[in-house]
Structure formats: C-alpha cells, structure tokens
Write a protein that binds this ligand. Structure first.
Ligand code: CP
Length: 309
C-alpha cells in the first residue's frame, strides 16, 4: 500500500489503497505528539509554506504543528500580508514562492480549483487545504482516521451527513472518500441546501432524519456556512435548529456506540446542542488531534516522494 503522488488535491480520484496508506502512516506518526519531546528529524531541511486566503484555526495550525513536529521549516503567509493586495496575480505569487525552493505549498482559497491550477503550474508539491465549496481532503482523511480508530473498519458503516451540503467541501470530500471505502451515506438538510443530482455520487437524500438515527454508526453535523449564502436558504436559524439541529432528545434514539462528528468551527446551539457537542458520543476534539497526525503523514509522504525522484 502506498501513496506516490506529487500533490494532494482531493479525494475524488484517490484509490482505497492510497487512503489507507495515508491513514496507516498517520496512525504510526500519532504517537510522536504524545511524547514529552514532540519532535523527530524526519523532515529536517524541508520547507513547507502555508498560504491561507481564507480564515482557519484548525487546518493552518495543525499543518504548522505537523511540519514542526517533523523538523521541517514552516512559513505562514496570509492573503492580507502578501503582495496580492498590491495587485500581484496568484500565479506570479506562486512562481515567486517556488523560486525560494519550498518542498510543499499548502493552500486554502475561496475559489474552487485554485490548488489544481497551482499544481499544474508548479513543480512544488501542492496540498489543498480547502478550495471554496469543492474539496477539503485533509479534513475527510482525519475524519476517516477517527472513524477507523473507533469502528475498526469502514465497509458497511452507515453515515449520516446533516446540514448545508451545497456549500460543504467537507461533505464533498467525505462523500468521495467514504464511498470509496464502502460506507453507506445519507445526506440530510433543507431542500435548498442539497445540490441537485447529488445521488449520482452514490448517496441517499432525505429532508428529515429522525427515523434514520437508530441505524447510524456515524452522524456528522456540518456548519451552516452563512458567509457563502447569496440569499437566505431557509426562513430562520431558529427553524433550522429545530428541524435539523442535533439535540439530546434526537440523540436518545441513537445506538450506544454512535459517533457524533463535526469538522468545526461549530455554531453552538444551531447545528449542535452544546450538550451533544461536549457529550459522551462526541469525537470532535479527537478529530482535531488526528488532524495533526494526518497532516504529518501527508507532509512525510509528499516529501519522501520528492527525495526519491
Ligand atoms: N475544519 C476546518 O477546516 O477548520 P478551520 O477552518 O478552522 O481550518
């Protein structure tokens, strides 16, 4: 089992063996973060640039920590602190960054396809840290790692993704990854938040989900991304929360080994009741912990590929 690519752009075209290779590497690297001295020399001499054109807490910090734990030199650039604000094009900026010989560039951008454009333009490895509403592959990989830690398998698990599917790059990457791994996926949300023809990706669609709760192995709640709405998609947040929010009453019908997941950031009291977010079935902070391990594995496998060329 191996992962031997120049870039990590999405889960749409990853094989199950590649997903497993990334997760198994992350499982072995996770232990480094539990040591007293959380540092190994594996990526000494490698340079990783994180360029985030959209806000981030988890992804940016965990990529930086992942690089530092393996002794890579990590550099952070934000859109507002770059020469993009002086009119430089993204391609020019990327070529100039490449001229400084980084090994990996991690990019988050509001425009879908931006990481793919850079991957075609540059010889440097590119990692997609979220491109608009398209894909967020490293999030889906850490989600899959967390599920495997608890369930010991993927095949046949029933997963419910609830929320604003249209604007969710997390949903899209998880749908690609989970179907590849043989999981059964149902998406739930108001009709205005479900993309047309999404069934073609191999998922079922419902607009009420209470009846499905007893058979779920995993319930993944998604953030209502108001910043991506061009017009209101439902009458009010109060109504959304009443119909689609996961609360203790709804959770009473769940299996005792159900996993409650959320990629973060959470709108507390909207998609998740705080008692559920912080309750015994929640693995939300475990997802964040596994995010460091998955990103260590990605940097390691991409840099190893570079060294072997
Ligand atoms: N899940 C996620 O991408 O979180 P951030 O936006 O904080 O990186």
């Amino acid at each position: 089992m191996t992962f031997n690519r120049k870039d990590l752009l999405g889960l749409e075209d990853l094989k199950s063996s590649e997903i497993l290779a990334l997760i198994e590497n992350a499982e072995s690297l996770k232990e480094i973060s539990q040591r007293d001295i959380k540092k190994v020399p594996t990526l000494r001499g490698k340079t990783v640039i994180c360029f985030f054109h959209e806000p981030s807490t988890r992804t940016r910090t965990s990529f930086e920590i992942a690089g530092k734990r393996m002794s890579a030199d990590t550099v952070n650039i934000s859109a507002s602190g770059s020469s993009l604000v002086k009119g430089e094009t993204l391609k020019d900026m990327a070529r100039n960054l490449e001229a400084m010989a980084p090994d990996v560039i991690i990019i988050r951008h509001s425009v879908p396809g931006t990481p793919h454009l850079l991957a075609h333009t540059l010889k440097t490895s590119i990692v997609n840290a979220g491109d608009g509403a398209h894909e967020h592959p490293t999030q889906a990989l850490l989600d899959l790692m967390t599920i495997r830690e608890h369930k010991g398998k993927f095949e046949g698990l029933n997963v419910l993704l609830v929320g604003d599917i249209t604007h969710s790059r997390v949903a899209r990457s998880n749908i690609y990854g989970m179907t590849t791994m043989g999981m059964n996926i149902t998406v739930a949300g108001p009709p205005t938040t479900i993309p047309p023809f999404i069934e073609r990706l191999g998922v079922k669609v419902v607009h009420r989900y209470d009846h499905l709760i007893p058979e779920c192995d995993v319930i993944m709640m998604l953030r209502v991304q108001k910043e991506r709405f061009h017009r209101p998609l439902f009458p009010s947040m109060r109504e959304y929360s009443k119909l689609f929010g996961l609360n203790l009453k709804r959770l009473q019908k769940a299996r005792e080994d159900v996993l409650i997941m959320h990629p973060g950031p959470i709108n507390r009291g909207i998609e998740l009741d705080p008692a559920v977010a912080d309750g015994p079935f929640s693995v939300i902070l475990e997802q964040v912990t596994n995010g460091v391990a998955i990103r260590m594995a990605i940097l390691y496998l991409l840099c190893r590929g570079i060294s072997e060329k």
